[in-house]
Design a protein around this ligand. Structure first.
Ligand code: G
Ligand code: G
Ligand code: MN
Ligand code: NA
Length: 254
């Protein structure tokens, strides 16, 4: 079987699962959000990471049913956690540019929220900068539809694309997830500290919550705290973990 055919079968047989990676308040370490990250549970190859199949999914249109399953699984998980009395935080879903262009993502989100009785405030969506640029496109309409639901929107991998400050303001984005390339070069005294400080300053000036991705060391966290970065995510806090292991992370407050 080709990868495409295998992936099609995997989607039909519901072999996709979500891992969760926490995002925490930089100053207090308090849990603020859980990012949902899709995995393919392959019978022979084990857990396949998204980089190995999302490009194929986008090229073949399979990203549309995959995107629907991801939204469904995230909402179902939220409902399960709520039913179990877990002190839930929003779950953040990655939506690809292809989905924004081809799918009524707003309507899919609304249906899933209703299906599981979930408050829109418990969902967030991450989109890359390229997805949000052109006015008048389906993507721009879907971004507006997602906002209208009351779902928060974050720019993913910020700093690697082309969005202008005016676009970010117009689209009413809630926050910037600063690409891990910027975090990775943060050491005391490095010039990149000034660059990150400028990102925080500009982001705050246009009302964005600033999230640093890819925090891997205590020193990076300390610098980000000094810079007034709002939230952090990365292996230093936690790797992405299966839902069962994510439960323990909810207890990690303050
Ligand atoms: O989890 P990991 O770091 O391996 O993810 C690799 C890439 O796959 C990241 O860019 C991430 O945004 C993307 N990704 C993870 N889950 C999803 C998903 O559910 N949908 C889409 N479109 N992309 C995802
Ligand atoms: O593009 P996006 O930001 O959604 O990508 C998320 C991906 O980044 C996940 O697949 C996750 O495995 C990876 N990731 C998360 N934290 C870290 C980190 O601290 N270091 C590195 N190298 N990758 C990370
Ligand atoms: Mn992301
Ligand atoms: Na990112």
């Amino acid at each position: 079987l080709t990868l495409q055919a295998e992936l099609k079968r995997a989607v039909e047989n519901r072999c996709l699962a979500l891992y969760y990676q926490p995002r925490v308040h930089a100053g207090t370490g308090k849990l603020t959000s859980m990012e949902a990250l899709v995995r393919w549970n392959h019978p022979e190859r084990g857990i396949v990471p998204p980089d190995a199949f999302i490009p194929v999914a986008e090229a073949t249109g399979l990203i549309l049913p995959i995107g629907e399953q991801v939204i469904d699984m995230a909402c179902r998980q939220l409902a399960e956690w709520q039913a179990a009395g877990v002190p839930v935080v929003p779950v953040s879903i990655n939506v690809s540019p292809y989905q924004l262009e081809q799918q009524q993502v707003g309507a899919v989100l609304a249906a899933a929220l209703q299906r599981y009785g979930i408050d829109a405030a418990l969902l967030e969506v991450e989109v890359t900068e390229s997805a949000t640029v052109q006015q008048g496109t389906n993507a721009a309409g879907e971004v507006a539809a997602i906002k209208a639901l009351g779902v928060k929107l974050y720019v993913d991998d910020f700093g690697t694309g082309y969005s202008s400050l005016s676009q970010l303001k117009r689209l009413d984005m809630d926050g910037l997830k600063v690409d891990r390339a910027f975090t990775g070069s943060l050491t005391h005294g490095a010039s990149d500290v000034s660059l990150f400080r400028a990102i925080v300053s500009i982001g705050h000036a246009i009302g964005m919550t600033i999230v640093a991705e890819g925090v891997e060391t205590r020193e990076q966290l300390a610098i980000l705290q000094e810079l007034g970065c709002d939230e952090v995510q990365g292996y230093f806090i936690s790797r992405p973990v299966p839902a069962a292991d994510a439960l323990a992370l909810f207890g990690r407050r303050t």
